[in-house]
Design a protein around this ligand. Structure first.
Ligand SMILES: NCc1[nH]cc(CCC(=O)O)c1CC(=O)O
Ligand SMILES: [Mg+2]
Length: 332
């Protein structure tokens, strides 16, 4: 019923003041929704800026611990660690992933030694930072990534990370069956408490470029990852991937990239009552930074709006290179 002069529905009424907007806000973003991905490099006192990710650097283990302390102070509950492996330690079979003294293991142990349970450490399981060909697994003569042979190595990599103190193992390789194999090995080896966050719906995306610079695999990678990462056209297949990883023992699942795949986040959240995470990946970060640098948008507002969008889509949390900045904005 509408009167000539008075609409009977005034949705603007509750938007009039900040206090009122706060009262009717449907979704919240807090620092506890953020996971901060950090890159680790060799050395001491070292910071190596990454050109394609302005504002993001690789840190030597000692300086990584300082970043972890920053995260704790800002209320971030978890870090995700990625190594830049020295070229001479990369090989066809990625054996460095199994070295208990590799950069990832040393970084994980250092953060855990310094901070204990004040912060969680999530470690990435996949071979691309360690292989001389940049693929996430072992390849045959034709360059095809072998599934079952790769899973065996990933199990060893996961155990290596768990022994170093990893709290959450995050397989990002997209091999079939790796979650179950890793879960079983963790149980047998006494790591029943270690979580698995599965990169379940990981797409073969054009948004990973700066990450490959950060871990040093961009120049090495020949071809693409389309025989294991998902086709951006598919969403039903994402649900099947998630279903399988949950059946195999994943504690939480991830959709990656983030913003272009919010529909997938929502579909997964609606279909399964589990924690769903999204990865706002390197190319998304770079887009926001480029927009801000070009004066096309205001950085802080772009960061907070995009992160809130993940919450609206149903994500429990977001992996984002803006985590520290966002957490500080939210805490202010
Ligand atoms: N296992 C590889 C891995 N783990 C996380 C990212 C990308 C993250 C980002 O772009 O921020 C990738 C890249 C890839 O699949 O090539
Ligand atoms: Mg799968």
């Amino acid at each position: 019923m509408t009167h000539a002069a008075f609409p009977d529905l005034r949705l603007r009424r509750t938007r009039r003041t900040a206090w009122s907007r706060a009262m009717v806000r449907e979704h919240q973003l807090t620092p506890s929704n953020l996971i901060w991905p950090l890159f680790v490099c060799q050395g001491e006192g070292t910071e190596e800026p990454i050109a394609s990710l302005p504002g993001v650097s690789r840190w030597s283990v000692d300086r990584l611990v300082d970043r972890a302390k920053d995260a704790v102070a800002a209320g971030i509950p978890c870090l995700a660690l990625f190594p830049y492996t020295q070229p001479e330690r990369r090989s066809e079979d990625g054996a460095e992933a199994l070295n208990p003294d590799n950069l990832m293991c040393r970084a994980t142990a250092a953060v855990k030694d310094a901070l204990g349970d004040a912060i969680g450490v999530l470690t990435d399981v996949a071979l691309d930072p360690y292989t001389s060909h940049g693929q996430d697994g072992l390849i045959d003569e034709a360059g095809y990534v072998l599934n079952d042979e790769t899973v065996e190595v990933l199990v060893g990599q996961a155990l290596c990370q768990a022994r170093a103190g990893a709290d959450i193992i995050a397989p990002s390789d997209m091999m079939d069956g790796r979650v179950g194999a890793i879960r079983e090995a963790l149980e047998i080896e006494g790591f029943g408490h270690v979580q698995i966050m599965a990169y379940s719906a990981k797409y073969a995306s054009a948004f990973y470029g700066p990450f490959r610079d950060a871990v040093g695999s961009r120049g090495l990678l020949k071809g693409d990852k389309k025989t294991y990462q998902m086709d951006p056209a598919n969403v039903e297949e994402a649900l099947r991937e998630v279903e399988q990883d949950l059946a195999e023992g994943a504690d939480s699942v991830m959709v990656k990239p983030g913003l272009p795949y919010l529909d997938v986040v929502r579909a997964v959240k609606d279909a399964f009552a589990v924690p769903v995470y999204a990865y706002q990946v390197s190319g998304e970060y770079a887009m926001i930074e480029a927009a801000a640098a070009a004066g096309a948008g205001e950085r802080d507002a772009l960061v907070l709006e995009t992160l809130l969008a993940f919450r609206r889509a149903g994500a429990s949390g977001v992996l984002t290179y803006h985590a520290l900045h966002a957490a500080r904005l939210l805490g202010a």
